[in-house]
Write a protein that binds this ligand. Structure first.
Ligand code: PGA
Length: 260
């Protein structure tokens, strides 16, 4: 696992956008695994700006999002379909036919989950999976105790995740209880994983992911098993890492040679 520590959240966001931009430039038809959440919004802003100002093109890119709430139609204002449209897709030249999110409003969510796995496989697998991390250590909506061998399926959200997401909905009761999420094993099959975390509220989860035991209690710790996982952090989210100085020695200023 490469741990890149940047001085602040803005620098970490730029670093993540650089990483994604280099991937897309080096392979125009890259298959990206995309994430939602507040952490990713500024990353999509930077990528959209680079599309507008520098011609960074996503025209041949295929994308698969990590997750979607069960019961929300694509045009629901709080759906991740809508998030992706608003934050990214409508600002770049990505082909809508090549963008994929799990169908949260499917009549049979289990069948939709299996179909999603098949679509990822048919696309040749994911080249670069972008990830955020929950305060409870989740990746996608793989909540604590999710099987580390899991595939795309329906997950029940924890109260802590629903509380974190409540701000987007009218009330806690209106906050969805279930989601379709790609599994931990699905994520681990990606050729590269790039996880971005910013802010002190993520410091415990980040420490568990990087330095804790590999455990289903912190699903992000499964990234320790991945041969090409890069973690980009600001100082606040890195604050609880025991080997902080070591990571800064190995990758001074958060530099890394992947895609450079
Ligand atoms: P956040 O979500 O970026 O809104 O904190 C991250 C996640 O839950 O994966």
């Amino acid at each position: 696992m490469k741990v890149l520590i940047l001085p602040d959240a803005e620098a970490a966001v730029q670093r993540a956008a650089d990483f994604i931009g280099r991937c897309v430039r080096s392979r125009a038809d890259a298959v990206l695994g995309l994430a939602t959440g507040a952490t990713m919004l500024p990353v999509y802003d930077v990528l959209a700006r680079r599309h507008r100002d520098e011609g960074l093109s996503f025209a041949a890119t295929t994308s698969f999002n990590l997750d979607e709430y069960i019961g929300l139609a694509p045009d629901h204002p709080c759906s991740y379909h809508r998030y992706m449209q608003d934050a990214f897709f409508q600002h770049v030249d990505i082909n809508p036919a090549r963008t994929h999110l799990p169908k949260g409003d499917a009549a049979d969510p289990q069948a939709a989950s299996q179909n999603y796995e098949a679509l990822i496989a048919a696309a040749g697998g994911i080249d670069l999976q972008i990830l955020g991390i929950g305060e409870n250590g989740h990746i996608g909506f793989n909540e604590p105790t999710a099987s580390l061998g899991s595939r795309t399926r329906v997950k029940t959200l924890t109260e802590s995740t629903r509380r974190a997401n409540q701000r987007y909905f009218a009330s806690f009761d209106d906050t969805p209880r279930f989601a379709i999420t790609t599994g931990v094993a699905t994520i681990l099959e990606s050729r590269h994983c790039l996880l971005l975390a910013t802010g002190g509220s993520k410091a415990d989860a980040v420490a568990g992911m990087v330095e804790g035991p590999v455990t289903a209690m912190c699903p992000a710790s499964a990234l320790q098993l991945h041969a090409h996982a890069t973690v980009i952090l600001d100082r606040d989210s890195a604050a609880r890492l025991t080997l902080l100085e070591y990571y800064e020695t190995v990758h001074p200023g958060g530099r890394d040679s992947t895609f450079e």
